[in-house]
Ligand binder design. Sequence first.
Ligand code: COA
Length: 296
Amino acid sequence: MSGVRVRAALAESEIAQVLAVVEAAAAADGVAPLSEHAMLALRAGRGGLTVTAEDAGGEALVGYAHLDPASEDESAAGELVVHPAHRRRGHGRTLLRALREEAAGPLRVWAHGDLPAAAKLAGAEGLARVRALFQMRRPAAEPLPEPRIAEGVTVRTFEPGRDEEAWLAVNGRAFAHHPEQGAWTIDDLREREAEGWFDPAGFFMAERDGRLAGFHWTKVHPDGAGEVYVVGVDPDAQGLGLGRALTLVGLRHLREAGADPLMLYVDESNVPAVRLYESLGFVRHAVDVMYGSAAG
Ligand SMILES: CC(C)(COP(=O)(O)OP(=O)(O)OC[C@H]1O[C@@H](n2cnc3c(N)ncnc32)[C@H](O)[C@@H]1OP(=O)(O)O)[C@@H](O)C(=O)NCCC(=O)NCCS
């Protein structure tokens, strides 16, 4: 019989056992089961849900779940993994139910890799596929066309202390239907400006008639990957090819800065954006699927 325990902290030996489960799952599934953020929490021993079961050698840790409790803006989110040698024995279901109980409200579950087992388990527990996020990549060295900037449009870089309000307004308008991006406040922006990776030289602003019309904010990761962090075009300026032109300006900047590969995250449902990135040589590299209850 499996037993789930909710742990506020993990001992070194348990962290090692969970890491072994994670490693075995990654090898069997071809995709890491936990996000970077859940791995950071795990390595720091910040608790989680563990499931143990009888094994040949006695009681063994065979599964783990990470939970981010609900915050003011978002419902609780979880991730879970079962050791490949212990699957189809109900541990995944037990962990998922325990996560839902712990969440004490709507729960979103992130599954990495869009694996059939995850889809089946979520479905069996009444959770629906809410969204999927693609990570797309391309090598920096492949050809990149010249950006074609529309008549009357000029491109410059972000000026900290001066451009915040204009950027927030255009970001809000461009992402009016995507609140997790469009609802950013001055604090969200300032928090990122304070990050070590923030570089205004990689944050491009397109102006038309003296007003901000679109932007491309790039980010270079510590591992050298260059990300299309956020691209947005004001609805008034859409249709001029600004999205494509700004994307190219940023990609060329990333390549000149030595970043490789070039990468980005895009929602599966954002078909125009996926098409644009495909036309620029990006291919799907990984996918994360979010399952949730209809209410959550
Ligand atoms: C998804 C995962 C957690 C399932 O763990 P598990 O312990 O094997 O799942 P359970 O034995 O509790 O399965 C419960 C139900 O899910 C469904 N299910 C799970 N794996 C399945 C598979 N490979 N094929 C078909 N259905 C499956 C079935 O309905 C199953 O009930 P049943 O055995 O009575 O038919 C495991 O495969 C895993 O760790 N995958 C990698 C990480 C991941 O994708 N996590 C996200 C989970 S949403």
